[in-house]
Design a protein around this ligand. Structure first.
Ligand code: MLC
Ligand code: AMP
Length: 501
């Protein structure tokens, strides 16, 4: 069976698929290049049979051709985060146990050492994409695993969320219906390509619909405004921190520039915010300066998108709307029973968009689901006048900073492994820029004065930059309740009351 994503592309070979730092490429070129990639990955075999291929490639043409090439060879695509230090990449390589790593020349130094230690071959772009023979590529069924995205949980290190081609198709179909995607759309992409927001909502939705995805190599507020001001982008999607950065840049601009930028934003047919709560003042200010009312939606790596304000109709501030087409959503109490109308509860989601398994974590997969395939999101919500409002997460140890989900416990483990640190607590302090600002209170041995900068440097070598605490304070003891458990809300207050390093 041929996957519809590639079948559809074959019918529109001349249309522009990707505009990237490397140039503009049509669907035919994407099919050709990904065919060459797939043939090289197969190296004479019929099918990669879901072997993992990890790839560290900056956002752009090479990235998309490699992703499609892995898919077309029957492999399971595991994108590596371009911001991650070698230690985090090594963790993914150990967990995913890929048969090979694909790397772009700009990033190869970061991964070549850890790949060599694991005796993994490293294949390089652009050679992997060079014109060559295209062999017979395998037929793939919808239940074949397509990609694995790493996501933080409350316990342990990040887990691989395995998404099938069927899940991906269901996710993009649902969003295409809900948000009126068409081949006439043109969307900007600067979000990282190891998350569902960038991969599914933007890149794959565009390619599924025969639309154009224009990839910027990184986020820069002025570049985004300048690009929007050309007036030919129809869609824009980002996390709340990005909208805030755009507002700040607009504020700094002169009146003529502001006018041009605002006109560009108004020319879009839709602007979407998600991945974290959109503060109401951000929504309101955005509408004031651009005339665009942001559409806020709610989703998660494991389920794609679940709730969305409507394309047409009331987009209620502070709310995330209603279930998307084809997706069942309900709220349950602590015993797993559906709550009464108007009561708070945990969001459960069910449907063809929901992932199949956490990679090699059977128990955690089982624990994540209630009976009848309902997935427990861990997010609390309430329905008010027909629209869902997210109340927060059940766990204080899951934080969202600039749209990145992180585990406080994972960071604590790293800080505790530093000589002289006796104990620590990592918390998310409410922050207008980041949502949760990652902060740490640390207890150290009396005989061992702690150098906070050295501790931060230690963390930076081991953790993604966005996990490194923005503030670290030294305390004599952590606040605990009668059971001896650290009271994290009290730790949060320390950051309002105390000077930081
Ligand atoms: C960068 N930094 C962050 C950070 N991103 N710190 C905390 N949280 C973040 N998210 C750090 C940098 O390492 C640097 O630290 C300092 O902040 C300033 O960096 P910057 O260059 O100004 O940041 P920038 O590169 O512009 O990144 C900010 C950002 C980026 C908001 C553009 O974080 C981003 O693209 N976030 C989106 C993530 C995303 O796509 N999430 C979707 C997940 S899927 P230092 O110390 O080195 O100076 C999902 C499901 C769903 O959630 O519903 O969509
Ligand atoms: P991730 O695990 O990175 O996919 O992040 C998913 C989490 O982001 C969800 O479980 C929510 O906690 C959060 N999230 C996504 N969209 C929203 C939103 N619109 N409002 C509040 N939280 C959100």
């Amino acid at each position: 069976m041929k996957l519809p994503l590639f079948e559809r592309a074959a019918g529109i070979r001349e249309r522009t698929a990707i505009v990237a730092p490397e140039g503009a490429f049509n669907f035919g070129e994407l099919l050709d290049a990904s065919g060459w990639v797939a043939t090289r990955l197969l190296a004479g075999r019929d099918d990669l049979d879901s072997e993992r291929i990890c790839y560290l490639v900056p956002p752009g043409w090479h990235h998309v051709a490699v992703q499609w090439g892995i898919w077309r060879s029957g492999g399971l695509a595991v994108p590596l985060a371009t911001s991650h230090p070698a230690a985090e990449l090594a963790y993914v390589l150990d967990d995913a146990s890929p048969e090979a790593v694909v790397a772009h020349p700009d990033l190869i130094d970061r991964v070549s050492g850890v790949a060599a230690e694991r005796q993994l071959p490293v294949l390089q772009t652009p050679a992997l994409l060079a014109e060559g023979p295209t062999g017979v590529l395998p037929d793939l069924a919808a239940d074949r695993s397509a990609m694995m995205l790493y996501t933080s949980g409350t316990t342990g290190r990040p887990k691989g969320v395995v998404v099938t081609h069927g899940n991906l198709q269901a996710q993009v179909s649902s969003l295409s219906d809900a948000w009126g995607w068409s081949e006439h759309d043109h969307i900007l992409l600067h979000l990282p390509l190891h998350h569902v927001h960038g991969i599914t909502n933007i890149l794959t939705s565009a390619l599924w619909n025969g639309a154009t995805c224009e990839i910027l190599s990184r986020f820069n507020a002025v570049d985004v405004w300048e690009r929007l001001s050309r007036g030919d982008c129809t869609l824009y999607m980002a996390v709340p921190t990005v909208y805030r950065r755009l507002l700040e840049a607009w504020q700094r601009a002169d009146p003529a520039t502001r006018e041009a930028w605002s006109a560009g934003a108004l020319a879009c047919r839709l602007m979407v915010s998600g991945s974290a709560a959109l503060p109401v003042p951000t929504l309101e200010r955005w509408q004031e300066i651009t005339g665009q009312r942001l559409l806020e939606r709610y989703g998660m790596t494991e389920i794609g998108m679940a709730l969305s304000n409507p394309l047409n109709g009331e987009r209620r501030a502070g709310h995330v709307g209603q279930p998307l087409p084809g997706i069942d959503v309900r709220l349950v109490d602590e015993a797993g029973r559906p709550v009464a109308a108007g009561a708070e509860g945990e969001i459960q989601v069910r449907g063809p968009t929901v992932f199949s398994t956490y990679w090699r974590r059977e128990q955690e997969t089982q624990d994540a689901f209630a009976e009848e395939d309902w997935f427990n999101t861990g997010d609390q919500a309430v329905v008010e006048d027909g629209a869902y409002r997210i109340l927060g997460r059940a766990s204080v140890d899951i934080l969202k900073t600039g749209g990145e989900k992180i585990s406080a416990l994972e960071i604590e483990d790293v800080l505790r492994s530093y000589t002289g640190v006796v104990d620590c607590a990592v918390v998310g302090v409410p922050d207008a820029d980041w949502g949760d600002r990652v902060c740490a209170a640390v207890v150290c041995e009396a005989s061992h004065p702690l150098d906070v900068d050295a501790l931060r440097g230690f963390a930076r070598e081991r953790l993604a930059p966005y996990k490194v605490p923005k503030q670290i304070i030294l305390v004599d003891a952590l606040p605990r309740n009668a059971m001896g458990k650290v009271t994290k809300p009290t730790v949060v207050e320390l950051f309002d009351l105390r000077d930081v390093d």
